[in-house]
Structure formats: structure tokens, C-alpha cells
Write a protein that binds this ligand. Structure first.
Ligand code: URA
Length: 233
């Protein structure tokens, strides 16, 4: 593929801007500056650099962000900056979007992609992607609360009870809750319906993807094949 086309497809600007970037010596392939926009490059396994920063060539962008509190997932945020502001310009230009949403005050694993079909698949209720939440509660918990969340609680948009796929107490006021749906404010509403209140909420895993040691506000590339690992519960 022509280098200009590669930079264009990866979000580095218009075709004309990409050609100008390359001609001005900002792009490197295999450690060498390439200043010919028409230079033909094999995209298989390609890692190129722009202004010294490395970029893997990805037909579709797929990244995992550690969302900090104080950011909105909406495209048109109203009170706080958008999570998209935490990503570099080429990813934003490619039109990456969050896969589902986390509340403004929720932290943790947020997947973003420019692959609309993948967003659709991963958010489909049929797919049952397991999402793991670490919950801090206002009041001390007891075994009955855990049981209620596993047995199912009725939410205001009921009537069918909504169940946690898994739930375990991790401390006096902390829970680990696994959900396979993604209803609006689901954890907060379930915990309220079970008689307690969420103080803080953190998503530690989305399907097979764990946050691991990714710092708040940082992101990393994800290989789509990683999502093929068993995701349901
Ligand atoms: N459930 C909630 O209540 N909030 C989130 O951000 C995610 C799940």
C-alpha cells in the first residue's frame, strides 16, 4: 500500500496532509525516513513511526482505555471532558467510539473501536459479554445482599428480574459483581434494589480483557483475536 494511503487510513489527516507529512520527512518505516508518499509498503505486521512515535498498522482500531473518573463516554459531553480526549488525534480522527458506556464517576476498562460491526456484536444482549465490576458500598454487606443480586432484582424498567452472573463479597463493604448485560446504570440500580448503595464503581475486566497494570487515563492496543477468548459466563 502507498505510504500516503497508510497514513491516511490510520488517521493522520487528509490525503494531502499525509503526503505533506511524508514529504517533509516525518514518517519512518523500518527505522528509515521515507519521504516519498508513493513508496509502496507491505502492511502485514507493519509498525511505522510518525515524528518518532511508533504506530502499528491496524485495519480497524481497537484499544482498551483505563477510564478515570470525571470523563463522559458520550460523544457530546455536557459536564465533563469526553473519554475521547484521552486518546491521540489519529485515533480520534478515525472515529473510534466506546463499546457501551461507563458513568462519569465509574472508572476502569473501556474498549473503543472504529469498527461499528464489532460495537454492535459486543453490545448485543445475545452475546453475553461478561463485565466484572469492583463495587464499594455505602453500608456493610451481608450474605443476603449477595444472594439477592445472584437471585435477581426487579428494576424500574422490569418486569423480569435482573441477575448477576456472579457475585462475591471481597470485603466488609466491597463486592465483585459480574454482569452479562449492559442496562443503563445497571450496577447502581441493582445494588439499590437489593437494599444498599454504590459509593464507587470500577470495571476491572471486559470479556477476556483485564485492565492489569494499565494506569488511569492510559490506553493500549488490543488485538481483536483477544476478544475471541471465552467471554461469556
Ligand atoms: N453500571 C452502572 O451503574 N454504572 C456504570 O458505569 C456501569 C455499570
Amino acid at each position: 500500500m502507498r505510504l500516503e494511503q497508510i497514513l491516511f487510513s490510520q488517521g493522520f489527516g487528509t490525503r494531502r496532509e499525509c503526503a505533506a507529512l511524508i514529504a517533509a520527512g516525518h514518517a519512518e518505516v523500518a527505522g528509515c525516513i521515507v519521504d516519498d508518499p508513493d513508496h509502496d509498503v507491505d502492511t502485514a505486521g507493519l509498525v511505522f513511526a510518525v515524528d518518532g512515535q511508533l504506530w502499528p498498522y491496524a485495519e480497524r482500531a481497537l484499544v482498551l482505555l483505563h477510564k478515570p473518573a470525571g470523563y463522559e463516554c458520550s460523544q457530546k459531553p455536557r459536564h465533563h471532558p469526553s473519554v475521547l480526549s484521552l486518546l491521540p488525534a489519529p485515533l480520534r480522527r478515525r472515529g473510534v467510539q466506546p463499546v457501551g458506556r461507563l458513568d462519569e464517576d465509574t472508572t476502569g476498562a473501556l474498549l473503543l473501536t472504529d469498527d461499528g460491526a464489532l460495537i454492535h456484536r459486543l453490545t448485543s444482549p445475545k452475546r453475553h459479554v461478561a463485565k466484572v465490576y469492583e463495587v464499594t458500598l455505602k453500608h456493610p454487606l451481608d450474605a443476603a445482599l449477595v444472594q439477592r443480586l445472584v437471585d435477581g432484582v426487579v428494576l424500574d424498567d422490569g418486569p423480569a428480574p435482573v441477575r448477576a452472573a456472579a457475585c462475591e463479597a471481597t470485603g466488609e463493604r466491597t463486592l465483585r459483581l459480574t454482569l452479562t448485560e449492559g442496562k443503563y446504570h445497571q450496577v447502581k440500580r441493582m445494588v439499590a434494589a437489593a437494599g444498599n448503595r454504590v459509593e464507587t464503581l470500577h470495571r476491572s475486566a471486559f470479556g477476556p480483557l483485564q485492565l492489569g497494570d494499565l494506569e488511569p487515563g492510559r490506553w493500549r492496543w488490543v488485538d481483536a483475536t483477544q476478544l475471541e477468548a471465552p467471554a461469556g459466563v
